[in-house]
Design a protein around this ligand. Sequence first.
Ligand SMILES: Cc1cc2nc3c(=O)[nH]c(=O)nc-3n(C[C@H](O)[C@H](O)[C@H](O)COP(=O)(O)OP(=O)(O)OC[C@H]3O[C@@H](n4cnc5c(N)ncnc54)[C@H](O)[C@@H]3O)c2cc1C
Length: 407
Amino acid sequence: MPDALPTIFDAIVIGAGAAGLFCAGVAGQLGLKVLLVDHAEKVAEKIRISGGGRCNFTNRDLDARAPQKHFLGDNPHFCRSALARYTPQDFIALAQKHGIPFHEKHKGQLFGDRSSDDFIRMLLAECAAGGVTHWQPCSVTAIAMASDFYEVRTSRGTVQARSVVIATGGLSIPKIGASDFGYRIAQQFGLKLVPPRPALVPLTFDGEAWAPFAQLAGLALPVRIETGAKKERVAFDEDLLFTHRGLSGPAVLQVSSYWKEGTAIRIDLAPGHDLAAELLAAKARGSRKLIANELAQWVPARLADAWVQQDPAWQRPVNEAGDKSLQQLAQRLSAWELVPTGTEGYRKAEVTAGGVDTRELDSRSGESRRVPGLYFIGEVVDVTGWLGGYNFQWAWASAAACAGALR
Ligand SMILES: Cc1cc2nc3c(=O)[nH]c(=O)nc-3n(C[C@H](O)[C@H](O)[C@H](O)COP(=O)(O)OP(=O)(O)OC[C@H]3O[C@@H](n4cnc5c(N)ncnc54)[C@H](O)[C@@H]3O)c2cc1C
């Protein structure tokens, strides 16, 4: 019976995802009267599907003194304040308090042992402990500013509050509730946006040019991948996955956040090996193995077989190959340069890069510099983390910073 509920709150948090749930719970426990609303049927769907259903909820490698290393955005330093004050250890302590078992996987990534539902239940319990009023599904039709409060019109009635927190996330995975609501509200109040774009997303390639590699769909291998030049050059050592339409896997997802349209990515398919030297040494030993079979020591056999099909000069025994042709083969494998035609878009992107311009916000709270009482937290802000739990840590940290600043 929403009509019977009080219509005046200290804060209204819009979006019951990672950042919104956490912010509402902390603010409620700090004694604020909080309303949390979300238009989706189900709560925190992104947490539920995250980390393959196990939620990679934070990353131990986050350096609280220099967290910007694992984040991108127009001002990578913006995230420092919140991330330095609410650390992975703080969230780990909360998970432990709720008895959630977890483990470390790869490069500091922490996952729940059981299911992402553990974390959703924990966040809902924290909201309940803070006496948070939770309306879901409930859509917000308008936000207007009166003299010293906001009026928020929702499908369950009109409510008022001194503060409004926008935690509606980015555009990725529209089928589970993503919307451009946060960007529209920012624009309504005159805040600038950094154009949103899909990030942590598979890359696609021209159909015809990709045809020789389409047969490799499903193949995964460790690579070194890079993009950008000079100061903008970034590189990752991660696994690559071939797909029917292009490339995916952690290596490509990471690099996709930095990739600029029309530019190349470079991949070393045999990192840690000097393939030219190895092949020439094999030739010097008089190896009669087919080049593909020799290569299979350093790269998966499927890849070696597909690769040599690109040039008849590579389809022969090593001892019959010319030095130059072996060197060219090695070069193509260790510095494979290719220009993606695009990305798989928001349908497949794990996050949205860009968003509310951080120059508009106070880094200690997420509050708009020009519009007092209007806060932006989580993915809607132009702060994007690397793959591996960094985006959730940003959601928790920005939410905690905001909750502590709400009046
Ligand atoms: C498949 C997938 C796997 C992922 N895995 C991980 C992982 O393992 N680790 C990690 O760190 N990150 C992961 N991420 C990224 C992570 O889920 C997000 O960065 C994080 O959820 C952002 O939190 P948020 O609260 O800002 O937004 P969200 O969690 O997206 O929450 C936004 C909420 O706002 C609601 N909303 C949207 N529009 C409106 C509106 N108009 N009115 C009312 N409510 C609205 C939505 O329904 C949603 O509940 C993954 C993302 C995807 C898509």
